[in-house]
Design a protein around this ligand. Structure first.
Ligand SMILES: NC(=O)c1ccc[n+]([C@@H]2O[C@H](COP(=O)([O-])OP(=O)(O)OC[C@H]3O[C@@H](n4cnc5c(N)ncnc54)[C@H](OP(=O)(O)O)[C@@H]3O)[C@@H](O)[C@H]2O)c1
Length: 336
């Protein structure tokens, strides 16, 4: 079968389209014919060994997120059948419960990922999908969507009438916007682009602020919440955004620490964090149970993930370049 692998060096230049023997499912395993994949910011770091030893060893098949149909099942498999369309879960062994259960490795580093024609996985590591999604749309769910869902729903317990701030218009941010609107919340979004902010408003954003032309965006953030502060913030920026997030969060509000797009070092006034009773929580994607709950909601509401571009499978390099350029709005995908 055809696979992409990082061959012998941790650099995008060593991403190679090559062949590996077809895998076969053992007891409790399923064989998938892969249909589509989607990129996460993480994938651009993995190819440079951006997670250090957590990224695993070479050769490595990259990318965590994909979708496939079940071609064959091993002995004893009951969760899915031949012909079902499924997504692999990001952390294969995290089935349910709190983050203490999330100790397993992730697909796409250190485990081999989805950029292969076929994949063998435990039946415990796949989830079934609603019919209304295209393959590319379905491929966006395991990491970006579940991270937004875990932040707002599983861990955040979002309620109708609350307020949410999302940063940027990438994968996690737009899923957070969509899930917050499903929950009946008001959403402020910040972006470097007025044109992207207009598109976010079409998706339901109540306020868009350009963080380039309004660098003190925490001020409109406070106004947006009537001066009280925002209930849920999805912190994706890190160095450039965290201190502003602490200035426009509600007393007792949640800052979900998710991304470090501008760096992972922050200068924080802890006194202010104490005085405002801020709840900081690091989010690490989510469990299979969380993903199944999210997929039920997506099916029930007919929600469509925002797909920016779909590249052919062979154009992984171009797809990665497109994502790292920051030109995208939503998800960058690949199809076989
Ligand atoms: N903890 C977890 O479980 C988890 C899961 C998924 C992702 N993440 C992390 O979350 C972050 C976002 O991931 P993603 O896959 O959604 O990325 P992405 O799709 O590549 O989105 C990146 C977008 O973020 C915006 N952005 C960049 N720098 C910014 C800054 N300084 N302030 C505000 N917005 C900024 C830009 O949007 P505009 O063009 O609109 O400005 C950019 O296009 C990454 O750091 C990723 O590693 C963490």
């Amino acid at each position: 079968m055809k696979v992409f692998q990082l061959q012998d060096e941790w650099t995008i230049d060593h991403l190679t389209l090559t062949e590996r023997p077809d895998p076969a499912p053992g007891p409790g395993q399923v064989l998938l014919q892969m249909k589509a994949a989607s990129l996460n910011f993480r994938d651009s770091l993995v190819v440079q060994r951006g997670y250090g030893s957590m990224t695993g060893e070479l050769p490595l098949i990259p990318l965590s997120d994909g979708v496939g149909t079940v071609l064959a099942v091993g002995e004893g498999v009951t969760r899915v059948g031949v012909g079902d369309r499924v997504c692999p879960t990001f952390i294969q062994v995290w089935i349910s419960g709190p983050p203490s259960g999330a100790r397993g490795p992730a697909l796409g580093g250190p485990l081999d990922g989805v950029m292969a024609e076929k994949m063998v996985l435990s039946e415990e590591g796949v989830v079934a999908l609603p019919d209304h999604l295209s393959d590319a749309e379905a491929a966006t769910l395991p990491c970006a969507a579940l991270t937004a869902w875990s932040s707002l729903v599983t861990r955040g317990g979002i309620k109708s009438g609350q307020s949410v701030l999302v940063q940027g218009t990438g994968g996690v941010a737009l899923f957070a916007l969509q899930f917050a609107k499903l929950a009946g919340a008001r959403v402020m979004i910040i972006s470097s682009s007025d044109e992207k902010l207009e598109r976010a408003k079409e998706l339901g954003a109540d306020l868009g602020v350009n963080y380039k032309t309004t660098p003190d965006w925490w001020k409109p953030g406070l106004e947006f919440s009537g001066g009280a502060g925002i209930d849920h913030i999805l912190e994706l920026g890190g160095t450039d955004t965290m201190s502003q997030s602490t200035r426009c969060i509600l007393r007792g509000g949640r800052i979900n620490i998710i991304g470090v797009l501008s760096g992972d070092r922050v200068d924080l006034r802890l006194g202010a964090a104490i005085a405002r009773s801020i709840r900081f929580e690091g989010i690490s994607v989510g469990s299979r149970n969380g993903m199944e709950a999210m997929i039920r909601a997506i099916g029930q509401h007919g929600l469509r993930p925002v797909v920016d571009t779909v590249f052919p499978f062979d154009d992984l390099r171009q797809a990665l370049d497109h994502m790292t350029s920051g030109a995208h709005f939503g998800k960058v995908c690949l199809e076989h």
